[in-house]
Design a protein. Structure first.
Length: 255
């Protein structure tokens, strides 16, 4: 029998909190994957709300994977959260395989590559590989490396939303039950699941949440809005951002 879509009498805010309560029920360790962006910021504050409702006293575990080529506004914003007393943040600066797009051609490059000069220096508090360690991680093996810093069955909570891309939508409807909880492909991270409690939120829902809860977001978004750019804080070398590479000089001239 084919699936049928029907509407329920609820809202995305309440449903996201129900999902996070369920995540706390079934996992030993909750870790918010924070980029400084709007979606992961909403996820972080929702996890904080649920943690408070459950009477938990420990700080929220947070991971920031520093992509090296990031506007200073984002670095300052993430560092502001690192210093909050309710946040326990691990800041990674390790070699990570990535791509850059030049004239519609995809090229490989490595973030924090030890074989070239870095765009900026690593923060003194960041976790890096030891001298002689030549590993280069990708998106999935990085999950395995990250999981070694935590214990038990782990939930990596992200701000991924289905409306962002067809691929993210398909990943969010691939299961009938707990569709927002997915396994990690890396065999070294068998104890990790990616959890997307905001999968059904739209961009307007995120900013309404900030408005209702008086949450300050990264100032880069205001510049991008006035510049008619996509609202993203990730490295400007990704495919979609690279299409408007000419605007970066206007929005973040120092970068």
């Amino acid at each position: 029998m084919a699936r049928q879509k029907k509407y329920i009498d609820t809202n995305v805010y309440d449903e996201a909190k129900k999902r996070i309560h369920h995540i706390y029920d079934v996992f030993d360790t909750i870790v918010v994957m924070f980029s400084g962006g709007k979606d992961s910021l909403a996820a972080l504050h929702l996890v904080k709300e649920v943690s408070d409702e459950r009477g938990l006293k420990k700080p929220i575990n947070v991971v920031f994977r520093d992509e090296e080529l990031i506007p200073q506004e984002v670095i300052d914003f993430v560092d502001k959260y690192r210093k909050k007393d309710w946040v326990n943040m691990i800041w990674f600066t390790v070699p990570l395989a990535s791509t850059k797009y030049i004239m519609s051609v995809c090229h490989n490059y490595i973030q924090w590559d030890n074989n070239r000069d870095w765009v900026r220096q690593k923060p003194p508090f960041a976790i890096s590989l030891e001298d002689g360690d030549s590993r280069i991680f990708d998106q999935y093996t990085m999950d395995g490396y990250t999981s070694k810093h935590f214990k038990g069955k782990q939930a990596f909570v992200t701000g991924i939303r289905a409306s962002e891309s067809l691929m993210r939508f398909r990943a969010s409807v691939s299961k009938l039950n707990d569709n927002y909880i997915n396994a990690v492909p890396d065999k070294a991270a068998k104890n990790v699941n990616l959890c997307k409690p905001l999968f059904d939120w739209m961009e307007d829902d995120v900013f309404k949440y900030f408005y209702d809860k008086n949450i300050e977001y990264c100032t880069l978004y205001d510049k991008q809005m006035w510049g008619k750019n996509a609202l993203r804080v990730s490295t400007p070398l990704h495919a979609e951002t690279a299409k408007r590479f000419d605007n970066i000089k206007k929005i973040t001239p120092e970068l």
